[in-house]
Design a protein around this ligand. Structure first.
Ligand code: ZN
Length: 218
């Protein structure tokens, strides 16, 4: 009976999360304990990121058992994902990935800590798409894939592809909200804004992709 209840509850959560959602709030619509039971295996993180991390993971069944560690660090961008170099040559199921979250921007808390919940989920989903792409590749294919980051055009192409995958995973509105947050904050460091403009979709470009995607039709 307990088992059946768990299965039922799990299906309810899956069905609620599977359809693209315009807004996730941090109201306790989803129980963090239940989400953690379903998606928290082999994941290391702290309470500041727990809820958006679990919601984002809900659409990455391919990363259910992958070792992913969230680390807070003062970095140039808001968040970025990378594999553990020490484990790179191990079997795929032994790989480890880090998601670095910026702690500071111009002596203030990093952008992540100022984002609305929806945008936090979108940003984490963006990084999980990178990890899913890496995890899907052999070490040699991963290295040749990341080599495209050397050129500006290669980097733009991969980041655009990645945000198309975010759309496929059902978090189009969430990454759009992150893009809008950045666009509406001209006080952010000019270098950061320039970086975003150069390599990522603009919000007005991305919203057209959302409206033309069949999963997002009303
Ligand atoms: Zn990226």
């Amino acid at each position: 009976m307990v088992c059946l209840t768990v299965v039922f509850y799990s299906q309810v959560i899956h069905s609620q999360i599977k359809i693209p959602t315009r807004n996730f709030s941090d109201s306790l619509e989803y129980s963090l304990d239940s989400l953690t039971n379903l998606y928290g295996n082999n994941k290391t993180y702290d309470s500041l990121i727990a809820f958006p991390f679990m919601i984002a993971l809900s659409r990455f069944p391919d990363l259910r058992h992958t070792d992913i560690r969230i680390i807070k660090k003062n970095i140039f961008t808001t968040m970025y994902a990378r594999p553990s170099i020490r484990r790179l040559f191990l079997q795929r199921d032994k790989r480890r990935y880090f998601i670095l979250v910026d702690t500071e921007i111009e002596d203030e808390p990093g952008i992540y800590f100022k984002l609305p919940m929806n945008a936090k989920i979108g940003l984490i989903a963006h990084e999980l798409c990178h990890i899913a792409e890496y995890q899907n590749k052999s070490i040699w294919k991963m290295l040749s894939y990341t080599a495209h980051y050397i050129t500006s055009s290669g980097k733009r192409k991969l980041e655009h592809q990645n945000d198309l995958e975010v759309l496929e995973r059902g978090f189009g509105w969430q990454i759009y909200d992150f893009m809008k947050f950045v666009e509406n904050n001209p006080a952010l460091p000019p270098k950061y804004l320039e970086h975003k403009k150069r390599y990522y979709f603009r919000p007005d470009e991305y919203v057209k992709l959302i409206y033309s995607h069949p999963d997002y039709a009303f």
